[in-house]
Write a protein that binds this ligand. Structure first.
Ligand code: GCO
Ligand code: MG
Length: 403
């Protein structure tokens, strides 16, 4: 079963997505998600210029060898662009393998280890009351876990807030990056009140999450974690800039609030110390951004040794193909924790038709062969790429800060 064609399709149905389409000599088509929010064309060019020529004529059955070839064969390896490109190839090859055998990918990974995949809803609002009411709506819809984010008083914009009536949001805007102002003191005063109000009004009968989006120092994170302890969080996410693994030693000394990190990681090496020293509780690598199913499975297996569970990144900037890849892995691994999931903005449903579906707080996979996501190329072509940037952050004095 040889790969005879490889196409990269960039489309913007509501937001940008990059899809890799691989076709074999027996006519099987597999899809991989190559979307990297705000850097879409870098991955597209990496694939087209440097990876596609290596794929034509390769045996589509040799998923492990292809992964090693693309990783070890790249002297300049790792990084989000390279690892997303490798991830897309890997995901597409698992899709092909499943379709060739007529089985869903999770079956090739050893079969389901649970009935469905627990996801969390993204509650948000302009005030604490609005956010709590939003969280209540998720609970009414059967969600078992909810993340709460609210606008910080005194700041014009806060990350993680939806606008409009849908259940999703897209932080990237057009043309040039939006500039937001950040104030850590205001945040540290506000976040515990948001969490306290959520527990006071909605109780303890669900998992509660919050994302600090990489903005604190280790001591600030320790203080926040300690102040959240009475509310028994499921996790506090991305407390400090993720590249500094040693920072977590300090946070850990000060709080027993569970910690999650890793949405910006691309390889097992990025989380080697964090997992090996038991400095975190959930590893959030995104399947498309961290080398696909093959590599994320290794990360989760390694994490299992140290009691760390999975919590894969899955915002709207992961396409339904990337989400499906994550779900097949989630369903099969022993140490699954939770999966992030957001609805996709319309008109994405004209382009992607996933077979996974929501019921009772879980996403369920069917026994559709491969990943089970249909991709409509002509619909994709109706929505051409648009350049978009994630916002940037400045402190009140104009200094750049992590967004
Ligand atoms: C999350 C994230 C995202 C990121 C986004 C950037 O927890 O879902 O923090 O919303 O900001 O993926 O592209
Ligand atoms: Mg996050």
């Amino acid at each position: 079963m040889k790969i005879v064609e490889a196409d990269v399709i960039v489309t913007c149905p509501g937001r940008n997505y990059v899809t890799l389409k691989l076709t074999t000599d027996d006519g099987i088509v597999g899809y991989g998600d190559a979307t990297l929010n705000g850097r879409e064309l870098a991955v597209s060019a990496y694939l087209t210029e440097h990876v596609v020529p290596l794929l034509i004529g390769r045996d589509a059955n040799r998923i492990n060898d292809t992964w090693q070839y693309l990783y070890r064969g790249a002297y300049w390896r790792r990084g989000p662009v390279t690892m997303t490109a490798i991830g897309a190839v890997d995901i597409a090859l698992w899709d092909i393998q499943g379709k060739a055998l007529g089985r869903p990918v999770y079956q090739l990974l050893g079969g389901a280890a649970r009935d469905g995949v627990m996801i969390y809803g993204h509650a948000s609002g302009a005030t604490i009351d609005e956010t709590v009411a939003d969280a209540a709506r998720f609970l009414e819809a059967g969600y078992l876990a909810v993340r709460v984010q609210a606008k910080i008083p005194g700041l014009d914009a806060t990350y993680g807030i939806r606008t409009g009536s849908g259940l999703t949001y897209e932080p990237a805007v057009g043309d040039l990056p939006a500039e937001e102002v950040w104030d850590t003191a205001a945040y540290l005063d506000f976040a515990p009140r948001l969490v306290a109000a959520t527990r006071d009004q909605l109780g303890f009968g669900f998992h509660l999450l919050h994302d600090a989006h990489h903005r604190l120092t280790p001591l600030e994170a320790g203080r926040l974690g300690k102040s959240l302890e009475p509310y028994r969080m499921f996790w506090l996410e991305d407390a400090t800039p993720a590249e500094d693994q040693a920072a977590f030693r300090l946070i850990r000394q000060h709080t027993v609030t569970p910690l999650a990190v890793g949405e910006v990681f691309n390889s097992i090496w990025d989380c080697q110390a964090l997992i090996g020293e038991r400095l975190i509780d959930y590893i959030r690598t995104a399947v498309p951004h961290a080398g696909g199913i093959t590599h994320c499975r290794r990360i989760f297996d390694y994490a299992d040794l140290y009691g760390v569970r999975s919590g894969s990144h899955g915002p709207g900037d992961v396409s339904p193909i990337g989400i499906a890849a994550a779900l097949h892995l989630d369903l099969s691994i022993p140490n699954f924790g939770i999966q992030e999931y957001m609805d996709h903005l319309e008109p994405a449903s004209e382009v992607f038709t996933p077979s996974y579906h929501y019921a009772d707080g879980l996403l369920h996979l069917t026994d559709a062969p491969g990943l089970g996501v249909a991709f409509d190329e002509s619909a994709a072509r109706r929505y051409p790429y648009q350049r978009r940037y994630l916002p940037v952050n400045r402190l009140r004095d104009g200094s750049m800060h992590d967004w």
